[in-house]
Ligand binder design. Structure first.
Ligand code: TLP
Length: 340
């Protein structure tokens, strides 16, 4: 199978497995796991933040950020197709008790003026307070698009003028950094908290990091414990995370090249159009002209050894990653050509 469903499907490398095997561990709820502490320190440095904390998943990292920044009854501003709004089971409402105020972006990018106008005027007794602004970079549903630094800077400055914190869902932040040649710190500096995933393009088996100030992370640790995310000998899973940060970042460029190759190959197939700017490792294919639904296309692909996911009635997402080679991408293009 050529598995292009997600970059979450990557299997740990031999080096990651060895690191897990050899990891020095302790009980992290007592703050005594040396490998986990090493990962958190290294991640904080990479982000340019005072502190960082390991969490079992990106979803938990985002939810902890919302819980830590906000109070029940507040409103949070986020992009209409953002993961926190679209794919996290309404957890912001179920757990943090906040309501979403969505803004439709262009390629995942929110217009700063629209964000500014969406911030609530607290002097009016009718309205909720704006508790948080969330950004997503790269933007998954927009097709792995990069939110420009300039846009992040503008939104951050609007937020800070009104003492509103900014959280970045940077599940694929390293993809943005590698594609633009910028440091992740340059993105993280326009945020109060950042979540990034070790388990996507970076290939680690599990885990995410959230970074922020020491005060933020101290509060976040309590929320992680409340949510049952306080882990014990977590060094076993932190060790592959360290390998991911040390060995898997630069190679993301290969995934981006493979995505471009896939997009140009598929674009040439009659009946198929490419919906997104292929900035990083995601390709969104539209099947409308071919007269088939995304579900039908996915079934056809599966029978021919290719896996992808539906992103809408006629939209199919292909995601490149460490476990898919250039040869397999060429093979996939060839197969789609034959199919349509
Ligand atoms: N995204 C997954 C699915 O949940 C859609 C995928 O296959 O792309 N933020 C962003 C931007 C994400 O894309 C994801 C996962 C998460 C957060 C959540 O991470 P996990 O899966 O670790 O909870």
């Amino acid at each position: 199978m050529i598995d292009l469903r997600s970059d979450t499907v990557t299997k740990p490398t031999a080096e990651m497995r060895q690191a897990a095997f050899e990891a020095v561990v302790g009980d992290d709820v007592y703050n005594e796991d040396p490998t986990l502490i090493e990962l958190e320190d290294e991640a904080a440095k990479i982000l340019g933040k005072e502190a960082a904390m390991f969490v079992p998943s990106g979803t938990q990292g985002n939810q902890i950020a919302v819980l830590t920044h906000c109070q029940s009854g507040q409103e949070i501003i986020l992009e209409a197709e953002s993961h926190i709004y679209y794919y996290e089971g309404a957890a912001i409402s179920a757990f943090a008790g906040v309501q979403p105020r969505t803004i439709i972006g262009t390629n995942g990018v929110m217009d700063p003026h629209t964000v500014k106008n969406a911030v609530r005027d607290v002097s009016d007794i009718h309205v909720p307070e704006t508790g948080l602004i969330c950004l997503e970079n790269t933007h998954n549903r927009a097709g792995g698009t990069i939110v420009p630094l300039e846009n992040m800077k503008e939104i951050y400055s609007i937020a800070h003028n009104q003492q509103i914190p900014v959280h970045l869902d940077g599940a694929r932040l390293f993809n943005a950094a590698i594609a633009t040649g910028k440091d992740v710190k340059e993105y993280a500096m326009y945020t109060d908290s950042v979540q990034f995933c070790l388990s996507k393009g970076l290939g680690a088996p599990v885990g995410s990091i959230i970074g922020g100030t020491k005060t933020f992370i101290k509060k976040a640790r309590k929320w992680r414990k409340r949510l049952g995310g306080g882990l014990r000998q977590a060094g076993i899973i932190a060790a592959p995370g360290l390998v991911a940060l040390r060995t898997m970042v630069n190679r993301l460029a290969e995934d981006h090249q493979n995505a471009k190759l896939l997009a140009s190959g598929l674009e040439a197939v009659k009946g198929i159009t490419i919906e997104n700017n292929v900035d990083t490792n995601i390709v969104l294919v539209n099947t409308k002209e071919a007269g088939i639904s995304s579900i039908e296309f996915i079934e056809m692909l599966k029978k021919n050894g290719i896996l992808a996911v539906s992103f809408g009635p006629n939209t199919v997402r292909f995601t490149t990653h460490f476990d898919v080679s250039k040869g397999q991408i060429k093979d996939a293009i060839h197969k789609v050509n034959r199919l349509i």
